[in-house]
Design a protein around this ligand. Structure first.
Ligand SMILES: [Zn+2]
Length: 289
C-alpha cells in the first residue's frame, strides 16, 4: 500500500511554473505514465464536471525533459490510485485523497526526483480568459431571463433567478470563450420558467450583451479565494461588479481584473429536443491591449 499525499495546487494563484518532487508514478493503459507531484501549477480536467480543459506543458529534471500531454484528476483510496473516467466519486468525496496526474510519454521521471514544472502560458491565458467570460456570461444570461420566472427559485450570486444553475447541462471552456448548453424541459417549467421568454432570442441576447458591455467598462478585481491549498480544497471565484461583488464556487483559472477585458459577447441558439428546448450560449472574450 503506497501513501500518496493530496496534491497542493498553485494554479488558483495564477502560477504557471514551480518546483516539485515526484511522489508517485503509474503506468497507464495507453503505455504512457501518470506522474503525481507533491505540488503543481498544472490545472487538471475535472472528471465529474469537465468545464476547463487540462493544462499542457513540460516537466524538467536532471534526467531530461518530459512533455505533459494532459493532466487528469486522480483519487486515492486505501492506497489505490484511480484516474480520470475510472474515478467513481466527485471531487472532495469523503474517504478519498485527490491528486493531479500529469500524463507523460515514456520515459518518465522517477519517484523522488525533483522537477521544474512549466505550464504552456499561452494556452493557460486563453483558457483563463474563457473561464472568466463563461462566469460573467452566465450571470448576464440569468439577469436577461430574470422576468421569465413565475415562481420563487434559488438565486445566483448576483441575486437573479438562477437559470444557469437550474438548466445547465454542459459547460465547456475554450480558448477565449465557452459553450454552455441548457435544457428547458418539464422540470424547469414546473419550477416556474416560462419558455415563451425564449421566443425572441435576439432580445434576450441583446439584454445579456448590454449587461456584459457595461461590466467590461469597469475595473473590478477578479480573484480565486481559498483556505485549503490542496486540489480538493474549496475555492471561490470573486468578481467586483458595479452592482456589487459576486462569489461562486470554481475550480478553474481566471483573469485578474475586468480592466483586462475589452469585450465579452454571447450568441444564443435554440433547438427543439424531445421533451423541451435546448439552448446553446456561445461566448467570446476579447482582451484589452
Ligand atoms: Zn468556474
Amino acid at each position: 500500500m503506497t501513501q500518496i499525499p493530496a496534491t497542493v495546487v498553485t494554479y488558483p494563484d495564477g502560477d504557471v511554473t514551480g518546483t516539485a518532487t515526484v511522489v508517485h508514478a503509474v503506468l497507464l493503459a495507453d503505455g504512457r505514465t501518470g506522474i503525481v507531484l507533491d505540488r503543481t501549477p498544472f490545472h487538471p480536467v475535472d472528471t465529474a464536471w469537465p468545464d476547463q480543459p487540462a493544462d499542457v506543458g513540460v516537466l524538467r529534471s536532471s534526467s531530461g525533459e518530459f512533455p505533459v500531454v494532459t493532466a487528469l484528476t486522480g483519487g486515492v483510496r486505501e492506497g489505490d490510485l484511480v484516474i480520470g473516467s475510472d474515478l467513481p466519486v466527485r471531487m472532495g468525496a469523503e474517504g478519498w485523497t485527490f491528486v493531479v496526474v500529469h500524463v507523460v510519454d515514456a520515459p518518465a521521471p522517477a519517484v523522488g526526483e525533483s522537477v521544474e514544472a512549466y505550464v504552456d502560458p499561452e494556452l493557460r491565458a486563453a483558457l483563463s480568459a474563457g473561464h472568466t467570460a463563461c462566469h460573467l456570461a452566465s450571470l448576464a444570461l440569468d439577469a436577461a431571463l430574470a422576468d421569465a420566472w413565475t415562481k420563487e427559485v434559488p438565486t445566483d450570486a448576483a441575486g437573479h433567478p438562477a437559470f444557469d444553475m437550474l438548466a445547465i447541462q454542459t459547460s465547456r471552456i475554450t480558448a477565449y470563450g465557452s459553450t454552455d448548453v441548457y435544457r428547458i424541459g418539464k422540470s424547469l417549467r414546473r419550477k416556474g420558467f416560462d419558455p415563451a421568454a425564449l421566443d425572441d432570442l435576439r432580445a434576450v441576447e441583446e439584454r445579456a450583451n448590454a449587461t456584459l458591455a457595461s461590466w467590461a467598462e469597469t475595473p473590478g478585481a477578479i480573484g480565486i479565494h481559498r483556505g485549503d491549498r490542496t486540489l480538493a480544497g474549496r475555492r471561490t471565484w470573486r468578481c467586483e461588479l458595479p452592482e456589487g461583488a459576486v462569489e461562486l464556487p470554481c475550480g478553474g483559472t481566471h483573469r485578474t481584473s475586468l480592466a483586462e477585458v475589452e469585450a465579452i459577447t454571447v450568441a444564443l441558439a435554440s433547438a427543439e429536443v424531445p421533451g423541451g428546448v435546448e439552448l446553446t450560449m456561445t461566448t467570446g472574450i476579447r482582451l484589452a491591449h
